[in-house]
Write a protein that binds this ligand. Structure first.
Ligand code: ATP
Ligand code: MG
Length: 451
């Protein structure tokens, strides 16, 4: 099936419940599969940089980019006789706005996206001459024509591009970061894709209106120009990445790219390597890692929010793993912000979660220990919120809490927007509701007196 066929809803639905789905978050309603992956910016910082640039209203956009964008918007407002007529007008205008060449691209199975921004990695010393797609573009004359969403078609196209035999060597080396451009009528969207053991395409912008909607269009033009200019900057960064990518060495494709953290009070970073994900599901963002210096086992995880104070409060009493770092993913000056995502590094506990231990194998004083921990947490002015078996560990007969993503100050901490419907939550728990001490106590009761 070609990418354009696969992207049509009946086929897309089948693909998403099949053995090789896109990990883009879409699922077949009649046969749901977990297709949500960690954010692509964790795998490659070029996407984090792009998101920062797109959101940076102070980004200085060169005059020629603004002028070229205005021309592109004028041409995107045209309604064309056929796709070729549109292409002949749009492609040169888009090339000019991006200051990058867009060429035809044919895969070895003869499928062909609407265009690509290609780059040849030339390393005579390594006898290497390899062309990579930095970006893949799918176009439609109008939104809705062709029977599929061009951003979905571009997602299938990037998957098809990277699984080609000719790309095996590169695919084994890195996560193949690629931008995708979906462009239909006067609408454009930019996506980022990586290929770990699965293809993960993610929307980095919404569909942006890029027609001339009124006589006063300069504000809209600046907005579109910022997206295009951010894309140009990111594509240059991607060129540098592929050019300098070591051709031998361990693969970097399966794990996030951040590989160091700064211990509080120390000026030298601690470097580490990823060993394995700590959960089986595709969305896992917690990893067992080894420090480079002394091969210590540590846990590195990523979260939108994390209560380091509650964690440290319990860790000081041996009731949680030692917390080694909680802060920005890359604190170095000029580094991308990763949208405020945090990196958390902690001691690795030998042991199992309560979800993995048979009830009769729990320590005899399990209930006493857990009650004490919750008592200490509450006495410190904190609530936990997610007191479930996978978030409690037993290590050498000691009970410890992990996962302080929801924890926070009593009276302030809130449940997240989405609460799993597969879990029976205590009375009064709801999305964005306050996390109450009483909820923790109800969950504690359910754990120590299971019915
Ligand atoms: N310090 C640790 N030592 C050993 N194993 C750990 C540690 N922290 C986490 N784990 C393992 O990793 C799993 C996921 O950890 P955690 O719950 O903190 O991550 P998460 O990203 O919040 O996951 P989820 O959303 O599934 O709760 C735990 O269930 C546990 O098996
Ligand atoms: Mg958890």
């Amino acid at each position: 099936m070609t990418p354009s066929q696969a992207a049509k809803s009946a086929n897309y639905r089948m693909e998403q419940s099949g053995s090789n789905p896109l990990y883009d978050g879409r699922y077949d309603d009649a046969n749901p599969a977990a297709t949500i992956a960690p954010p692509v910016q964790l795998y490659h910082p070029v996407f984090a940089r792009f998101i920062d640039d797109v959101n940076n209203t102070a980004l200085e956009i060169p005059g020629e980019v603004l002028v070229a964008t205005a021309d592109l918007m004028h041409k995107a407002s045209g309604i064309y006789q056929d796709e070729d007529a549109r292409k002949s007008k749009i492609r040169p205008a888009l090339k000019k706005a991006l200051s990058l060449d867009i060429t035809n691209l044919v895969n070895d199975d003869r499928t062909s996206p609407d265009g690509g921004i290609m780059w040849t990695i030339s390393k005579p010393e390594a006898a290497l001459d390899h062309t990579v797609a930095l970006a893949i573009k799918e176009e439609k004359r109008e939104l809705g024509e062709g029977g599929c969403d061009p951003s979905t078609q571009a997602s299938f196209s990037v998957q098809r591009y990277w699984v080609q035999h000719a790309n095996n060597a590169l695919r084994a080396l890195c996560c193949c970061p690629t931008f995708l451009i979906a462009f239909a009528g006067p609408w454009i969207s930019v996506l980022g894709a990586v290929f770990t053991d699965k293809c993960i395409p993610q929307r980095l912008t919404d569909f942006i209106w890029m027609g001339n909607g009124s006589v006063f269009n300069s504000h809209a033009c600046r907005r579109v120009a910022r997206v295009l200019y951010s894309l140009t900057r990111s594509l240059h960064e991607l060129r540098r990445y592929y050019t300098t990518l070591p051709q031998t060495g361990p693969s970097t494709r399966f794990f996030p790219s951040p590989k160091e953290f700064q211990c509080p009070g120390s000026s030298t970073p601690v470097r580490f390597e990823y060993a394995e994900p700590l959960e089986r599901d595709a969305g896992c963002v917690a990893f067992l890692c080894k420090t480079k210096e002394d091969n210590q086992s540590i846990v590195v995880k990523f979260a939108e929010s994390y209560c380091s104070e509650a964690h440290a409060h319990l860790a000081a009493k041996g009731m949680a793993p030692q917390l080694l770092y909680c802060g920005p993913i890359d604190p170095s000056p000029g580094a991308p912000s990763y949208g405020g995502l945090k990196m958390i590094v902690m001691e690795y506990l030998e042991g199992k979660t309560v979800a993995q231990v048979e009830q009769h194998n729990l320590p005899g004083d399990f209930a006493v220990q857990l009650k004490k921990i919750i008592g200490v947490l509450h006495a410190g002015g904190f609530v936990f919120g997610d007191l479930r078996p996978p978030n409690i560990m037993v290590s050498k007969d000691k009970v410890k809490l992990i996962d302080f993503d929801w924890a926070g100050q009593m009276g302030i901490a809130q449940y997240p927007l989405h609460l799993s419907s597969r879990i029976v939550w205590p009375e009064g728990v709801g999305p964005l509701g306050k996390i109450e001490k009483a909820h923790d106590l109800a969950m504690l009761q359910a754990l120590i007196n299971p019915v």
